[in-house]
Design a protein around this ligand. Sequence first.
Ligand code: ADP
Ligand code: MG
Length: 693
Amino acid sequence: MSIIKELYGSMVFNDAEMKARLPKATYNAMKDCIREDRALDIDIANVVAKCMKEWAIEKGATHFTHWFQPMTGITAEKHDSFISPVGDDTVIMEFSGKELIKGEPDASSFPSGGLRATFEARGYTAWDPTSYAFVKDDTLCIPTAFCSYGGEALDKKTPLLRSMEVINEKTLRLLKLFKMDDVKRVLCTVGAEQEYFLIDRKYYKSRKDLTYCGRTLLGGRPPKGQEMDDHYFGAIKPRVKEFMSELDRELWKLGVLAKTEHNEAAPAQHELAPIFETVNVACDQNQLVMEMMKRIATRHGLVCLLHEKPFKGVNGSGKHNNWSLSTDTGVNLFKPGKKPHENKLFLIMLAAVLSAVDKHQGLLRATVASAGNDHRLGAHEAPPAIVSIFLGDQLTAILEAIESGTEYLGEKMPELEIGAHVLPHFKKDSTDRNRTSPFAFTGNKFEFRMLGSSESIADPNVVLNTIVSEALDEICDRLEKAEDFEKEIYAVIGDIYKEHKRIVFNGDGYSDEWKEEAKKRGLLNLVSTVDALPMLINKNTLETFSRYGVFTETELVSRYEIMLENYVKTINIEALTMLDMVKKDVIPAVSAYTTKLADNIIKKKASCGSYKLEENLLKKLSYHSDRVYDGIIVLEQVESRKSSGDALATARYYHDTVLKAMKELRTDVDEIEMNMSATDWPYASYGQLLFDI
Ligand code: ADP
Ligand code: MG
């Protein structure tokens, strides 16, 4: 632990550092601003900037950057040097309060979905003092929000900060009814567990699909997949172990407490879980985690794949968004306590989540929609595309009792029988694990598991905060009018449960029966991105988000368009890459190999040997080669047919037609790979990619 202590946060201008370096008055003024959601005035900013600069220079920084998260979903930086010439061939290191709080990057190259006409390229970055500045690559990185000249959000952080204010306000409204007047602030906390693959760099380099698209577009199944379940929590290979230790150390320095790293279900797949943080910090940190994973992998001759589905037939990667609400007095509002059935505040919070998630299930699905995640959601070992909530038997029984007005008789949690008497006996966890639920209550938080591994966690949390705020408002409207508060609480919980219990499902989310059952319950099953994205701009969504000032209608429409555009661009690049690979590598390889077979047949014929094997193989490969040729023609045709429809129609076309043609072409190419000699195949195989590390 001592090494962690030494390293932890050493590159972060955190609270302790500020306390030590800022004049007391400045420190207090800054804290007040953060607490009261006010902007900092320039005098204070100047003092903070000076101290921050001195600290950063001590850490080796020569540059500073406003670090922000445009709608591409990854982070952007524009580096400026601290150095200013002073005339007599000397320089001073300068950094003013103005430079700290505001930046003006040329923003025309970031997606805005039409929000910022290109002639008005100005965008502003504004310092977010609630997320600490840090030093990375000799650069002082200042977390900032990014918006247009007109104040529209052009990034992921701005709406997140807005949603944090709303959930704070609305939860405080409820807490007041519970006489919790000592609470001044409610914080949304999030821990984002990150899945990823590590593969050998030399194999990665041999594949254009991985290089251009982050996933394999071709590839026959290896003889061994994940069916033995021997990778999950298995021993970690030395090279991976070294990568993980370095990643840990680098993340600790940046204030990210990476806690557990273990193997995931698929070969070459791993997971990292950080300790939870306030959501905007968690969001920044998850970006850092992804960036560091990629960078550190390179130092070990590895490549980190963050794509949702790098390999066909093998588990995809996701992100688990553990979401909760806590007060500044240290109360987790989703902690059921020893007697959840008597914990009115907990039950009402639970009811708020049920109602919000049911009402906005389509929107939640839309926040995780992407071309990459489409390969994963609803597939093997991934949550289904249907949103439902796992509560566990105990909580479900409590809510059932409240709804029906009967007494909750409680249940003695049975002791877990392990069979051997020497082992300790322990009580079964009241919220037993359910790995197949897309939205699971896990003891004191909700775990939203549908996120794709490469996605920013911002959008899902913006949505969660806002829709739960709405539900809390509705609840407070009733409770504030109540004559008998106690009675009304149970009435509200009962009513909400009655109306929204269809969203509760404790069974196996991967089963086909659930799909049927969900349909009967009227739950949405938005299978693809194209089905899901319109939820971003439906009436329900627009109303809720503009009422709470989290997104304007224009902002939502622009995000919808950017997501559709990304979807189309992604598949377009994939289709072109696939064509390139098949035409330039696969066809020459198969042609050479079949020629070799044909030559062998002639030679064997001449020597009166048997050539049945070569002949059969040649027939088989020729059959698939012909089909590959046809497949190329089809894919080229559908790919080049430019759609003139709107963005949604274009995306639909790519989904229905282009992806389908790619899938068909792939089938034959994979069949060829499985039947060809390994040395004549131009790419690293799945076996090498997944097992040789
Ligand atoms: P598990 O048993 O699923 O491993 P953990 O307690 O280890 O559960 O948590 C998994 C993730 O959830 C971690 O990233 C952890 O920091 C996060 N987490 C734990 N408590 C909270 C909370 N109150 N709010 C948000 N995230 C939390
Ligand atoms: Mg998890």
